[in-house]
Ligand binder design. Sequence first.
Ligand code: URA
Length: 242
Amino acid sequence: MMRLDKLLSELTPVSRRELKQIIRAGRVTVNEICVVSGEQKVDPERDRICLDGTLLCYRRFRTFAMDKPTGVLTAARDRNQLTVLDLLPSEWKGLDLFPVGRLDKDTSGLLLLTNDGEFAHQVISPKYQVKKTYLARTEGTVTPEDQKAFAEGLILRDGLRTLPAVLEPCGRDRCFVTVEEGKYHQVRRMLSAVGKPVLELRRLSIGGLKIAELSFQNGFCELSSEQCDLVLPGYHSKMLKK
Ligand code: URA
């Protein structure tokens, strides 16, 4: 629940002072009932809020980023182990968020949580070609031959063929890996396939959204529509209409 005037100031370009006058003038209704005080608490997800009879849009779907620590499961809940949803601040627990794809228990970095199934589907599906970039610390140094093998698409030990990926060395025992799919333990298995087992793995970006450019509070931050657009270009306008 939040104050009506706060919500209206988020939804409209009108100043707080003007909003006060607009509300006093009886131009705002909550569930078809005229309100006269901005202090009234409303539920933006459920209440029907109109200005001059026009229903105001609200982001029904919410997306958050987290800097996942190692040692935490990417799952909604688990009987024995700590999950990413256990770490979610209590004010967001009722939003029905779920993780967008998976990071292994031992992988850290950028993980998205959303209650928008279509957004999650598009981020995960290779069809939408959303690039995910990881920084890996490896045993051994990657070579130009390894880069070529990644660029061509690798055959993993179980015979699975990966889509082409980008491998960029970064010093003696580090490299960046960019993939557009998310098969089980994909980056670890790709680097193992070229004889460079992964010692540490961290996801740095999803599409154009970079973990280094986000301001986390207690490990989480809500993404604006513009930040969602960095992940999936063009998604913003669609979200606003929902
Ligand atoms: N690839 C992996 O091997 N692990 C992850 O957590 C993500 C991508």
